[in-house]
Design a protein. Structure first.
Length: 277
């Protein structure tokens, strides 16, 4: 991806992340939505802040953080957690090999690695896990998931579909904000809405094919994004477990960025996943 396109996305699109991260083999205190600027703002308000968006908009921050509270350690592949390349033998981990691929909640913005639900779930199962996040669109998932499965041969694939179903989603936002031709913007929106369900259907069909070809259990978990919350999932002849988490039951605290789920929320997600495994 060109630097020009990256800069365009960063300035025009809310929550567009580099994937994989530009950081490798390093530890930093702030990243993405959990920025130092936002920290300073929330700290100046004595952390009297409400959740910034779905699925945490109903929560008020109850914790106070410091600049050293959270660490982001990136491995050689630009992700959090165990490296994919280091897994060379199924004998080392014969069961409960779980591959997570998802967006910002899967990544764990505003919480430490040890507090993310992929890490906590693995602790309960005593297996191996990999956290491939944060992806931005289902296209990024489809572009990478087969290679990942062939590499680590997971017993379970847990997919958290991102906010953006397709690249149209963020382009439409740009159109609304930067282009004065309202008719063109409406035309683009109609195209997006018509194609969105088709892409969702194709994505589910693709995951079913993956489940069949690779004999892998697949769980599709929605963290409350409205694009997926309203999706009509057909259980008939479906190899995928699909669950939309109840916002008020699952998301009960805020992370340091006051936008994403906090430590106790990640623990709640683990409880839901354990019921499906």
């Amino acid at each position: 991806m060109s630097d020009k396109l990256k800069n365009f996305q960063k300035t025009q699109v809310r929550h567009w992340f580099d994937f994989p991260s530009e950081y490798t083999d390093t530890t930093i205190n702030f990243y993405g939505t959990d920025s130092e600027e936002l920290f300073d703002k929330n700290n100046s308000l004595d952390w009297n802040v409400n959740g910034g968006e779905q699925p945490t908009s109903h929560i008020t921050q109850t914790n106070k953080y410091t600049k050293d509270s959270i660490k982001y350690t990136f491995n050689h592949e630009g992700m959090r957690g165990p490296e994919l390349a280091n897994f060379t033998s199924i004998k080392r981990c014969p069961a409960n090999r779980i591959l997570h691929i998802g967006a910002s909640v899967t990544f764990g913005f505003g919480v430490n690695l040890e507090e993310t639900y992929p890490h906590l779930l693995n602790k309960e199962l005593n297996g191996c896990y990999w956290n491939v996040s944060p992806v931005n669109t289902v296209f990024q998932i489809m572009d990478t998931v087969e290679d990942l499965i062939e590499q680590v041969k997971p017993t379970t694939l847990i997919v958290s579909p991102p906010r953006y179903v397709q690249d149209f989603d963020y382009l439409n936002k740009v159109f609304r904000n930067t282009i004065q031709d309202k008719e063109l913007s409406h035309m683009f929106l109609e195209t997006k809405m018509t194609s969105k369900k088709s892409i969702q259907d194709a994505f589910l069909r693709y995951l079913n094919l993956i489940a069949k070809v690779y004999s892998v259990k697949i769980i599709l978990i929605n963290h409350g994004y409205k694009y997926w919350r309203d999706y009509k999932f057909n259980k008939k002849n479906n190899l995928i477990e699909y669950v939309t988490l109840d916002e008020k039951e699952t998301y009960i605290d805020l992370s340091r960025d006051c936008r994403h789920p906090g430590v106790n929320s990640h623990k709640q997600i683990v409880k839901h996943l354990l019921k499906l495994l």
